[in-house]
Write a protein that binds this ligand. Sequence first.
Ligand code: PMP
Length: 455
Amino acid sequence: AVPTGAVADPEANARVRADDRAHVFHSWSAQALIDPHPVAGGAGASFWDYEGNTFLDFSSQLVNLNLGHQHPDLVAAIQAQAGRLATIQPSMANDVRGDLARRICEVAPEGMSKVFFTNGGADAVENAVRMARLVTGKRKVLAAYRSYHGNTSTAITLTGDPRRWANEPADGSVAHFFGPYAYRSPFHSASPEEETRRALEHLEQTIILEGASTIGAIILESVVGTNGVLVPPPGYLPGVRALCDRYGIVYIADEVMVGFGRIGEWFAFQAFDVVPDLITFAKGINSGYVPLGGVIISDEIAARFDTVAFPGGLTYSGHPLACAAGVATFEVFARDGILERVRDLGARVVEPRLRAMAAKHPSVGEVRGQGLFWAIELVKDAETREPLVPFNASGPDAAPMAAIAAACKKEGLWPFTHFNRVHVAPPLVISEEDLVRGLDIIDRALDVADRAAAG
Ligand code: PMP
């Protein structure tokens, strides 16, 4: 049965907390300094704990829960598949795996008709890079400083954000570059068009100085996710495509966070008039109900492995339970008009409210985004654009952001905060009423940011 809501259960709360603290080693954390919130259940855009609190989830967990908690169609599809064939190894053909691969290729650009399935985003990135290196015979990969590509060996090296640092020195065949970011442009551009032109000049210079003969791939998030919800300015992605063509470089679009509806498109690059060679996906393909990711491959690259073996594989590649949830996702998207809904809610509800917050709160430097994927960038001073907290702040330096998050949680909203930003990324199935309620909570929490900025 689908659980229906929060009930205080102090005994369960204590037990869950005790087992977790004693035995679960958590990601990205100093183990003694964290206090993970016990979660009892969830439905739709909300989840609840054992203390009687229900939270509206404005982060969709890790921006993966696109269809919300306990979607009945996804749960039923997994249950039915578990009753039929719970697992099968990847070198056998399987109905649900083939069905999902066909559906993915139907919404991908023409000329991309093969899918390699993985367990998540990082291993999708690993395998896309491997394909690019094999088909070009060139090992170096370019990635943006403001990026996250996953936490396996190559993926964390490609990642531009500080999560890379602890892994260094690493495999040297990666170089980083500045992508467009008009609000903090290292190019000092005065307009989006100028930002595009200068960012492309910088990328071409990087290619030339790193050596086009050494570079096998460029990997780019189509809309940069965790590092700021950076929507590319007009012409940037097509410009990257042109540079890849000129220098014989494979263009990998990392769609792990933005693919499958986050901005109201199947793939975010489809809003920017470009076709990559390889697409990595995960998260939204099945809302993370069972781990799944993959690489969508251009026919030209796929053909290179027609008579030469592709040297890669995973025991759970195309796991039937994960694929069943993926097929159900496609059915829900079509039946409920999810993409149209995201575009409508983004333009009609989220954007005007965030713009009003930017006008009202002195601490809001910029709001930006598309669909149900937005960032509120907070500053101490709108003139100098000094961030509300320093880059990569933690502990006491990050206290203002912790206070904003606490103000949201107190009112029943689970926010996504990162560095000096509050992101807005609710499940795509959120009701309009809940969306407005959540935005109102953020609006009130920004009073905390204003006071912190005023010092
Ligand atoms: N690429 C991007 C753009 C991501 O946002 C993420 C995860 N946040 C990954 C790759 C890695 O995915 P996973 O955590 O499933 O390995």
